[in-house]
Ligand binder design. Structure first.
Ligand SMILES: C[S@@+](CC[C@H](N)C(=O)[O-])C[C@H]1O[C@@H](n2cnc3c(N)ncnc32)[C@H](O)[C@@H]1O
Length: 225
C-alpha cells in the first residue's frame, strides 16, 4: 500500500495542538483504562533500563504517571526523577499518582520532547513509552536528537511503543481510512512504529529490539548513547 513509507511505518496526521487537547481530555480515563493494557511492555522496558540508586533518570511523556512509581522505587530516596509531558492535565494526574505512592523526589515539567528544558549530558537513563507512535515521521529524528543531547555518554535509552511484526495491520488500514481530523481523538494519534533503524540512524549504539505480542502489540527498543 502506497501510504506505507520505506521505513515500514505510516504517517501520523496530527498537530501538536490536537495532541495536547486529546490527552488533556483523555487524562480522566487513560491511567485506569488504556495504560494497564500496555503494562507488560512497559515493565519489560524498565527491566532493560536497569535503573539503580544514583542514576539520573528522565521520563519523557509521563502521561498519567503509570511508570513513575516503579522508577522511583529503583532510584535512591534522595535521587530526583525528572519527567515531562505536553499535557498539563496528564501532568496533574502524574503528580497525584506519585504523591499517593508516597514520593516527593520528582520534578515534573510541562515541556515538548522536541525541545527539552535540560542541559546536554544530564541523564544516565531516558525512558519514553507510547509517544513515538503518535509523532509525525518528520519529528522522530528531531526528538531522538534531543534524547541523545540530554543523555550522558554511555547513557541508556529505552523506548516502548505500539508496534507490529510485519506488513500492514488491520489497525493501520482502519487508521488510514479515518479522516485525518479525527485521528487524534479516535486513536490518540497512535499507530504501530518501528524505531530500531531510526535510533541507529540518530547515532545511538548497541541498538536492540524486542517485540512484545499481545492485544496491543508493542516493541521495546533499547540503545546506548
Ligand atoms: C499515549 S500517552 C502515553 C503516556 C505514558 N508514557 C504511558 O506509557 O502511559 C502519550 C503521552 O505523550 C504525551 N506527548 C505527546 N507528544 C508529546 C511531545 N511532543 N512532548 C511531550 N509529551 C508528548 C501526551 O501528552 C501523552 O501524555
Amino acid at each position: 500500500m502506497s501510504q506505507v513509507e520505506s521505513s515500514g511505518m505510516i504517517e501520523a496526521p496530527v498537530t501538536t495542538g490536537a495532541i495536547r487537547r486529546t490527552y488533556d481530555l483523555w487524562s480522566w480515563f487513560y491511567g485506569s483504562v488504556v495504560a494497564p493494557l500496555e503494562s507488560r511492555a512497559r515493565r519489560r522496558g524498565l527491566e532493560f533500563a536497569a535503573i539503580r540508586p544514583g542514576d539520573r533518570v528522565l521520563e519523557v511523556a509521563v502521561g498519567p504517571g503509570a511508570t513513575l512509581p516503579d522508577i522511583l522505587r529503583r532510584v535512591g530516596a534522595t535521587d530526583v526523577v525528572y519527567g515531562v509531558d505536553l499535557s498539563s492535565r496528564m501532568l496533574a494526574r502524574a503528580r497525584q499518582r506519585v504523591a499517593r505512592a508516597g514520593f516527593a523526589n520528582v520534578d515534573l515539567r510541562l515541556a515538548d520532547a522536541r525541545s527539552l528544558p535540560f542541559s546536554d549530558a544530564t541523564f544516565d537513563v531516558l525512558f519514553n513509552s507510547y509517544m513515538f507512535d503518535l509523532l509525525p515521521l518528520g519529528d522522530m529524528p528531531v526528538v531522538l536528537g534531543e534524547f541523545r543531547r540530554v543523555l550522558k555518554d554511555g547513557g541508556r535509552l529505552v523506548l516502548v511503543n505500539m508496534s507490529k511484526d510485519h506488513g500492514i495491520t488491520l489497525y493501520e488500514r482502519l487508521y488510514l481510512a479515518t479522516p485525518a481530523v479525527l485521528v487524534p481523538y479516535l486513536f490518540g494519534g497512535c499507530r504501530p512504529v518501528l524505531m530500531a533503524d531510526q535510533v541507529q540512524a540518530a547515532g545511538f549504539r548497541d541498538v536492540h529490539r524486542e517485540f512484545v505480542a499481545g492485544a496491543l502489540s508493542s516493541e521495546v527498543v533499547v540503545a546506548r548513547r
